[in-house]
Design a binder for this molecule. Structure first.
Ligand code: PRP
Ligand code: URA
Length: 209
C-alpha cells in the first residue's frame, strides 16, 4: 500500500504560503518552487539505503556511510515539473534526468502525452517523478504507467500541492508508489483546478499568462 507523506516542516509551509499568493511574481515563484523541491527532496530521500565504506581522512582511516549504488533518476512531468528539477539536483547532483511531456486537454481535463525521453538504465534506478500539482491525478498516473512499461521498478512521486481526488486515484492505480506532498488541499473546482491551490503552476513558473 502506498505511503502518503505530507510535509510538516515550517520552512516548506512558509514557502508554500508565498507561492499561493496571487501577487507573487514569476521570478519569486520559480525560485520558491525550486527551494521547496530541495527541501522535499531531503525528506523523500530519508530512507535511501546506506553502506559502510572505509576511507582515509587526513588523520587516519575511518568508516563512513555513503548512499548505496547512487543510482537515482529525476523525471519531471513537463512543463511545470521542470521547475522542481534544479532544486532536486542541488541535493542529488549525480542523478540522471528523464522527461515526460503531458498536457491536460482544456475541455476533457484528460492528459495527452507529447514527449518521452528517459535514461536507458531506468530499471536500475530509483525514480523520483516530480510535478508541482496533483489535481485529478491523470497526468501522474499516466506518466508512472509509461515509466513502468519502460522498466522502472522503484518510483516515488513528489508534488507541492495535491487534491484528495488525485491522491486517491494515484494510490489506487499505483499502490507501490510512495507519495510526498507539500500540502494537501481541499478539493477540485468545476475546471479541475485545485482549491485553494495556486492557479496554473506552469504559467506561473514560465510567465505564459
Ligand atoms: C498541470 C500540472 C500537472 C497536471 C495536473 O499541467 O503541472 O502536470 O496539470 O493535473 P491532473 O492531476 O489533473 O492531471 P498542465 O497539463 O496544465 O501542463 P503544463 O505543466 O504544461 O502547464
Ligand atoms: N494544474 C495546475 O497547474 N493547477 C491546478 O490547480 C490543477 C492542474
Amino acid at each position: 500500500m502506498a505511503q502518503v507523506n505530507i510535509m510538516t516542516h515550517p520552512l516548506i509551509k512558509h514557502k508554500i504560503g508565498i507561492i499561493r499568493r496571487k501577487e507573487t511574481g514569476n521570478r519569486d515563484f520559480r525560485e520558491l518552487v525550486s527551494e521547496i523541491a530541495s527541501l522535499m527532496c531531503y525528506e523523500a530521500t530519508k530512507d535511501l539505503p546506506l553502506e559502510k565504506v572505509e576511507i582515509e581522512t587526513p588523520i587516519c582511516k575511518a568508516v563512513v556511510e555513503e548512499i548505496r549504488g547512487k543510482k537515482l533518476a529525476i523525471v519531471p512531468i513537463l512543463r511545470a515539473g521542470l521547475g522542481m528539477v534544479d532544486g532536486m539536483l542541488d541535493m542529488i547532483p549525480a542523478a540522471k534526468v528523464g522527461h515526460v511531456g503531458m498536457q491536460r486537454d482544456e475541455e476533457t481535463h484528460e492528459p495527452v502525452e507529447y514527449y518521452f525521453k528517459i535514461p536507458d538504465d531506468i530499471s536500475q534506478r530509483e525514480v523520483f517523478v516530480v510535478d508541482p500539482m496533483l489535481a485529478t491525478g491523470g497526468s501522474a498516473v499516466d506518466a508512472i504507467s509509461m515509466l513502468k512499461k519502460r522498466g522502472a521498478k522503484k518510483i516515488i512521486f513528489m508534488c507541492i500541492i495535491a487534491a484528495p481526488e488525485g491522491v486517491e486515484r494515484l494510490k489506487s492505480e499505483h499502490p507501490d508508489v510512495n507519495i510526498y506532498i507539500g500540502a494537501l488541499d481541499e478539493k477540485l473546482n468545476e475546471n479541475k483546478y485545485i482549491v485553494p491551490g495556486l492557479g496554473d503552476a506552469g504559467d506561473r513558473i514560465f510567465g505564459t499568462k
